[in-house]
Design a protein around this ligand. Structure first.
Ligand code: MF3
Ligand code: CO
Ligand code: CO
Length: 268
């Protein structure tokens, strides 16, 4: 098992790929409204990534995935395939963007609440976002990779939510999914997990369920992952670089202001 250490030239390219992925989420935000189909969201993103960014949408044809983005609504945990389904009032949707620029990947996702947010929708989206930021806060040289999952699991459980175990964050760079696997729960082996070093790049992307942690994959399309108990699920994702002093969020968006980070600081 080996985790690649990116050179400063690689890091420059990762920063660019991350920034481009983040810009796709900003671009698509005003389009996420009642009545639009997820297929239409996919088309808009595909065109923007290819024509405006001169980049490649990594999901398209990745292990046979048929579209350029993932759109996961309500009880869909991840890997939802864009289609003819229209967004309706109260839906929660994760849009997951991965672009390749100059060979390097940037991977990020966020939740959107469509129309008037219900208490349940707001709660699961907020807890999942807090879980991601708490995980990110652990990233610094010398920390153990397992500490990320420990804080995420603790926060989710403190709020009576569960953490999906079947899907993890991942190393990222020239490869979409590189080593290591980044667990979002405590597997009891943190002391034996890798020590973080400057130049490592990986994603943190907790999937948090309102109900049970168990998930099922669609037998029809082979991709769509849903909660077994049909409860709501939310996910947020950033691509993170370990720096000399801590970390850099390579997929940071302007809208993620001090307020979001401060809110999480107060939880630490
Ligand atoms: N972007 C997802 C991740 O965070 C992976 C999607 S794979 C796909 O790792 F094939 F479904 F696109
Ligand atoms: Co992703
Ligand atoms: Co990812």
């Amino acid at each position: 098992m080996s985790i690649s250490i990116k050179s400063s030239a690689d890091i420059d390219k990762m920063r660019i790929a991350g920034g481009l992925a983040a810009s796709v989420l900003d671009m698509i935000t005003p389009h996420v409204v009642v009545g639009i189909t997820t297929e239409h969201l996919d088309q808009i993103c595909h065109k923007f990534i290819v024509d405006e960014l001169g980049a490649i949408p990594a999901p398209l044809n990745y292990r046979g995935f048929p579209k350029s983005i993932c759109t996961s609504i309500n009880n869909v945990v991840c890997h939802g395939i864009p289609g003819e389904k229209k967004l309706k009032k109260g839906d929660i949707i994760n849009i997951d963007i991965t672009v390749i620029k100059d060979g390097f990947h940037g991977d990020t996702s966020k939740m959107f609440i469509v129309g008037k947010p219900s208490v349940k929708a707001t709660r699961i989206c907020k807890i999942a976002q807090e879980c991601m930021y708490l995980g990110i806060e652990q990233v610094k040289p010398g920390a153990r990779l397992g500490e990320i999952g420990q804080v995420i699991g603790a926060h989710a459980h403190a709020h009576n939510c569960s953490v999906v175990k079947d899907y993890c964050g991942h190393g990222i760079g020239l490869g979409f999914h590189e080593e290591p696997q980044v667990l979002h729960y405590d597997n009891g082996k943190t002391k034996h997990s890798p020590i973080l070093e400057p130049g490592m790049t990986f994603t943190i992307e907790p999937m948090i369920n309102l109900g049970n942690y168990q998930v099922v994959t669609s037998r029809l399309d082979g991709w769509t992952v849903t909660t077994k108990d049909r409860s709501l699920s939310a996910q947020w994702e950033h691509t993170i670089l370990v720096t000399e002093n801590g970390h850099e969020i390579l997929t940071h968006r302007e809208e993620e202001n001090v307020y979001t980070q401060k809110a999480v600081q107060s939880l630490l």
